[in-house]
Design a protein around this ligand. Structure first.
Ligand SMILES: [Fe+2]
Ligand SMILES: [Fe+2]
Length: 186
C-alpha cells in the first residue's frame, strides 16, 4: 500500500508541476454516481487476480510436457495472453479514474490472495487445469458481483467488466470441456 500511495503522490506532484488538476480525475463527471475510490480498489483487486492468473497459466504452459500436454499447452498460452490483456484494460481504467494500478509484486500477490487467488502448480496436467478452472470461476463470480454493484453508476467500467466477464466465462467453459473430454476417454 505504501508504494502505491507514494506513486499516487508522485503522479500528483508531476501533474501539479504541469499545471494539471490531478485532484479532479478527468473521467469523473457530475453524473458519475459510483464511489470512485471503492471502484478503483475493486478494479485493483481484480487486476491482481488477472496477473496471478497470467503467471499461473505461463507456469502451467512451461510444465505441461506430458503426452496430452501439447494441445493443453497451446490453450494455456492463449489464456495467459488474454489474462495480461485483462490486466491492461483494468490498469487503464484505474488510471482514468484517478487511481494508480498496484505495481509492487508483493502487494499484487497479497491482494490476489485476499480474493483467494494464489499461483499454484499441480503435479499433473489435469491438476493444473483444475487449478486454472478454480481461478476462472472465482473471477466469474467477482466480475458478476461488481457488475451488479456498479449497476448504472459507471457505465464505462461496467462495459469493460462485461467484456472481461465474457472472456472469463469462455475460458472456464474451455477448461471444463477439457476435463470432461478427458473423463470421456477413461
Ligand atoms: Fe482474465
Ligand atoms: Fe481467464
Amino acid at each position: 500500500m505504501a508504494v502505491a500511495e507514494k506513486a499516487q503522490r508522485d503522479q500528483r506532484s508531476i501533474a501539479d508541476l504541469q499545471g494539471g488538476t490531478a485532484q479532479l480525475p478527468g473521467a469523473i463527471a457530475a453524473e458519475y454516481k459510483a464511489d470512485v475510490a471503492q471502484v478503483i480498489q475493486r478494479l485493483n483487486t481484480l487486476r491482481s487476480t488477472e496477473i496471478c492468473s497470467y503467471l499461473q497459466y505461463k507456469q502451467h504452459a512451461y510444465m505441461a510436457v506430458s503426452l496430452i500436454g501439447p494441445a493443453v499447452r497451446a490453450e494455456f498460452i492463449e489464456h495467459a495472453n488474454e489474462e495480461l490483456q485483462h490486466a491492461d484494460m483494468l490498469a487503464e481504467r484505474i488510471q482514468q479514474l484517478g487511481g494508480v494500478p498496484i505495481f509492487d509484486p508483493k502487494e499484487i500477490a497479497d491482494t490476489a490472495a485476499k480474493a483467494h487467488v494464489n499461483v499454484t502448480q499441480g503435479a499433473t496436467v489435469e491438476a493444473m487445469v483444475r487449478e486454472d478452472l478454480d481461478v476462472e470461476i472465482r473471477q466469474v463470480n467477482a466480475y458478476i458481483a461488481l457488475i451488479r454493484e456498479i449497476g448504472f453508476d459507471d457505465p464505462t467500467t461496467r462495459r469493460m467488466l462485461e467484456d472481461i466477464l465474457k472472456d472469463t466465462e469462455h475460458h472456464a467453459a474451455e477448461l471444463r470441456d477439457m476435463l470432461s473430454k478427458r473423463a470421456d476417454t477413461e
